[in-house]
Design a protein around this ligand. Structure first.
Ligand SMILES: NC(=O)c1ccc[n+]([C@@H]2O[C@H](COP(=O)([O-])OP(=O)(O)OC[C@H]3O[C@@H](n4cnc5c(N)ncnc54)[C@H](O)[C@@H]3O)[C@@H](O)[C@H]2O)c1
Length: 251
């Protein structure tokens, strides 16, 4: 079975690589009008190459820029119907014991993994409410449900908060016909940063991780895109405030 998103207006953050790229391309391949953003202009251009995906380079930590992006999409295409908050990650930060962890790193990680979703939802919700329909999908993480393999305190905390934001927004926006859900990926090697940390596991470490997965394989970015398509489609009409772990069976 395949899904048709013909003409649906979809906004996706963090679309220059990994899950965001795969998700933008999956929607575009199914007829959606995709608006993709990232701070990485070159990666974003690669995502859009040869497709109808509209790109917009911006820093999601700039509230004014986020509001302007939402207005621009609405002026061009009407109310956004699907918002995917995917930007995030550890931003190249490494683990430090708590007594050495910097407040600056803490804020930087929260800004992209949590505040950005707050800013986009705040910017896009009014038009969705007026249209009385919408789907919001937040990419959290296994680190939003338990401790992070990275050990990075801010990352686990921000992703837990992204799950909280998902539940709270589902409660608030449900009466307006807006479903809010989250996909929680396990460990994937799909972007430059995550490929590097996967390489650091070494052959033995990688084997241990894969043997710990029920499906005995690493996931592809498309595995996350499929879960996002589900939450954006009529298949999940009566599902809201939920978190779907997509991790190959990591318990
Ligand atoms: N790959 C994994 O193993 C994994 C696991 C669980 C959750 N996640 C989450 O999935 C999402 C996507 O991760 P990924 O591994 O595909 O890619 P990633 O983590 O490398 O990057 C996501 C994108 O966010 C963009 N971004 C970062 N800061 C930004 C800013 N200030 N403004 C605009 N864009 C910015 C980056 O340029 C990048 O293209 C992230 O939220 C990440 O935390 C990833």
């Amino acid at each position: 079975m395949d899904l048709d998103f013909n003409g649906r207006v979809v906004a996706i953050t963090g679309a220059a690589t990994g899950f965001g790229r795969a998700t933008a391309q999956a929607f575009a391949a199914r007829g959606a009008r995709v608006f993709a953003t990232d701070i990485d202009a070159a990666g974003l251009a690669e995502t859009a190459a040869g497709s109808t995906i509209a790109t917009h380079v911006m820093d999601l930590t700039d509230p004014g820029a986020v509001a302007a992006w939402a207005k621009q999409i609405e002026a061009e295409a009407g109310a956004c119907q699907v918002l995917v908050n995917n930007a995030g990650g550890v931003l190249g930060r490494k683990f430090h014991p708590i007594e050495e962890a910097s407040l600056e790193d803490w804020h930087a990680i929260f800004a992209v993994n949590l505040d950005a979703a707050f800013l986009t939802i705040r910017a896009f919700a009014p038009a969705m409410k007026a249209a009385r329909t919408g789907r919001i999908i937040n990419i959290s993480s296994g680190a939003g449900l338990r401790a992070s393999r990275t050990g990075i305190q801010a990352y686990a905390s921000a992703k837990h908060a992204a799950v909280g934001l998902t539940r709270q927004m589902a409660q608030e926006l449900g009466p307006f016909g807006i479903n809010v859900n989250s996909v929680a990926p396990g460990l994937f090697a799909v972007s430059p940063g995550t490929r590097e940390s996967w390489a650091n596991y070494g052959a033995e470490g990688q084997k241990r991780v894969i043997e710990g997965l029920a499906l005995r394989r690493m996931g592809e970015a498309e595995d996350i895109a499929k879960a996002v398509l589900f939450f954006a489609s009529p298949l999940s009409d009566f599902v809201t405030g939920q978190v779907l772990p997509v991790n190959g069976g990591s318990f």
